[in-house]
Design a protein around this ligand. Sequence first.
Ligand SMILES: Cc1cc2nc3c(=O)[nH]c(=O)nc-3n(C[C@H](O)[C@H](O)[C@H](O)COP(=O)(O)OP(=O)(O)OC[C@H]3O[C@@H](n4cnc5c(N)ncnc54)[C@H](O)[C@@H]3O)c2cc1C
Length: 472
Amino acid sequence: MKVKTLRGPEVDLPSEVLDGLKLQLSGSAIFASDAEYEESRTVWNGMINHKPAFLVRCIGVSDVITCVQFARKHDLLLCIKGGGHNIAGLATADGAMMLDMSLMRGVWVDPQEKVAHAQAGCLLGDVDSETQVHNLAAVLGFVSRTGIAGLTLGGGFGYLTRRWGWASDNVVGMDVVTAEGKLVHASEKENADLFWGLRGGGGNFGIVTRFDYRLYPMGSEIVGGPVAWPASEAPRVLKLYRELTENAPPELTLAILMRPAPPAPWLSKEHHGKPVVIMIACYSGDPELGVEIVAPIKSLGNPIGDVMTRRPYTQLQSLLDATQPKGRRYYWKSEYLPAVEDGLCQKVMKHASNIPSPHSAVILFHIAGALNGLKDEHSPVGNRDARYVLNLAGSWENEDEDQVNIDWARCAWGDMKSFSTGGTYINFLVEDEGPERIEAALGKGLKRLSEIKAKWDPDNVFRINRNIKAAK
Ligand SMILES: Cc1cc2nc3c(=O)[nH]c(=O)nc-3n(C[C@H](O)[C@H](O)[C@H](O)COP(=O)(O)OP(=O)(O)OC[C@H]3O[C@@H](n4cnc5c(N)ncnc54)[C@H](O)[C@@H]3O)c2cc1C
């Protein structure tokens, strides 16, 4: 079997060498001829179509160590798949050996210490379900099928970020398999440099096998969900969004989506496909109070759909899943914003009005709060001046529609980027974004990251990521 090497040329691995690997594994090695290959090799973004030479579905830490040692021995190009949701397809690479972590989805909650120990193949929903058993929650993202690993290693924001910061601000420890194939622990006390680098610098320094998340009390019920209006109401809705977010208590997170209405059951058929503006709320404090706080949203004009209500926290966490299926084609452009200015609102409406696909959206997320209270140096995520995230989220079905949809996102972004803080979110970067965008995402931390890379992965074994150059 031919596999790409770190030096570039392919190496031919004889079958007895691969048999030797299989004997050492608790999990399984999967080849292109196996039925499971297709599911493992494909990722969320249907634009990405890489074919690794073979994959290993790891069962536990010892499999990860075995794989790293095997890859090092034969100088193989390695890629690591968590939830496979990275839009740039950084979980996969042609001709590589892939470590598929998707069978490592155990979560153990310590309710006394308020910590969740989550294996690195978990999806967000795995952690949410287990922590909610104890009326606790971790800071994670908005779509339950996303992998915790890529999300946390790049920062991670969601409905609880306003209260407690990036997901990575709330990691208290990680187990990591290093480029030498050794297991180490990283925390403030142990291997603190590695710990710092992994909380925003991606998988550049090792393979995380377990994340330990700080948890917070969270009753099983929140007030949340969407309210929708026809796009003609957008000026009033955006004005309200701006007023509410400027003064919102940290328990309240609001997002805006402008898009063609999805065929969702809470929107009547006559509106499907028509341009709408949607506000999504999560009030994570006392639900009685939450109902009062979201009342001005629900009473604005004449909504065409309203399911902003008391509901289980885990339900809200998976509410958007169906809008983001695996295999569709996706292209995003994103910026951090310091504010939602009038001029920006005009552009949001303008570019939402010419979306070329029924699935695409212009999205604003409010993230201001706890993350602004820490210094940039706290972690490589930096960007502590970010108060909103703008995402031009292109999403469509067919290859022959690529250009028009990519052009839409690029054009809207070009027209709106003057409103940016100058920073962008590393986890929203697409394949064609290069070093200047990584600089915009990690700028202030890059020097320190390159020193950490030189110490922990001088040979750049972990390179299928937003790759950090090792300092000389
Ligand atoms: C539908 C959707 C919704 C999203 N919503 C949010 C959101 O609400 N908030 C937010 O912050 N982000 C969000 N994101 C972005 C998300 O954070 C990134 O896509 C992230 O990369 C997903 O992680 P993953 O494990 O699924 O990624 P993968 O594609 O599996 O991996 C991404 C990168 O991480 C590396 N990696 C994976 N596992 C490990 C590991 N165990 N050790 C070391 N490196 C590893 C991979 O090698 C790769 O470089 C969303 C993305 C999608 C597609």
